[in-house]
Design a binder for this molecule. Sequence first.
Ligand code: AMP
Length: 440
Amino acid sequence: MFAQFALHERLLKAVAELKFTEPTPVQLAAIPPALEGRDLRVVAQTGSGKTAAFVLPLLNRLMGPAQPRADIRALILLPTRELAQQTLKEVERFAQFTFIKAALVTGGEDFKVQAAVMRKCPDILIGTPGRLIEHLDAGNLRLGAVEVLVLDEADRMLDMGFAEAMQRLTAECAARQQTLLFSATSGGNAMREVVGQVLRDPLLLQLNRVSELNENVVQQIITADDPAHKERLVHWLLGNESFQKAIIFTNTRVAADRLYGHLVAAGVKAFVLHGDKDQKERKLAIERVKQGGIKVLVATDVAARGLDIEGLDLVINFDMPRSGDEYVHRIGRTGRAGAGGMAVSLICHTDWNLMSSIERYLKQRFERRVIKELKGSYQGPKNVKASGKAAGSKKKKADKKDAKGKPAAKRKSAPRPAGKPALVSDDGLAPLKRRLPAAD
Ligand code: AMP
């Protein structure tokens, strides 16, 4: 029920008129703190009802007493003309019983007409960064009275190269009392920078499935030729990264033991945890790591389940986890409670497709890192498909003969139903999963 929100009755009337009965999860999460005036950082997809989640609190504020001088009171900054038009429609629908006026300023429209629109000082201006900057430079745009700034699809604006324009426009809204930032993904370093500069003590609301993923964690991949190369990379990272405590994940016990042996032989104080270790050994390992005597833990997923070690700020995926959720789980151990952290995945050619599926699942692109001294010959597939997977990697399989000596028929994967996310656990990955040796 929308009546649960402390919204002006004219807004509730519009909501009823639009036949919105139940608020969506993002509306439930965002509207109350937005009405209280808090800055928000919301991760939610288009289609989640995110527009109403910021438009309703925004209109509610504007229904309060107006500033003595008529001026633009709210700016909604977004990446494209289409989204701007959609948003204007939504604003007008909700504002139909009020006197609040909104206007659009996007590229591809008459500049002079837009200048005239701005002279009339709409209460809400909805625009794309490029064109708004042009008006700012032409002296047509005054944002000094803006009370609320909304950055919608901020991740897309960054992808489109609008970082500087966003920052300039934000700085122009110097007197604002509230900033609401929406994005479909958590974003990378550039987003972290924007969040740090633009928001004031923001409330983070993550409405997507990968909600456990901490955005303060830097996520990188380093390509490797083989397990021996991965061992050298681990050794380098432990010697060169500054960290308090590290956990290195392998997919099998054998790999965990092997890596542990290698580290100990190289003088690293480490411990290993996997399904063959008994409860006593496990307790001892955890105690030693917690106390700080040991800084490096090698573990398999099952053995590491439920571990909550403070100060864990480096996660190394010696092997790529088998699913996006497992990845989130591993990485979720670092950067707890807002602290920073780093996750580095070591990627051989057998890990590549799994890695790119996880990227798609998380809607993130991991930072590609090269360690000069240890640069191998494998730098990722020569050609990649639109999905990010290696092109031609299924060829060998199709050539394989079946039991009757006939070439195996090309398997056509069923199309993913509309709206179904690219989950790592979907069919496309089953063969990869099976190829991997059993875990703990
Ligand atoms: P958005 O994610 O903001 O683009 O919204 C997606 C669509 O859902 C838009 O057409 C909205 O008008 C509609 N919508 C948003 N919230 C609700 C709701 N609580 N009930 C019904 N429809 C909604």
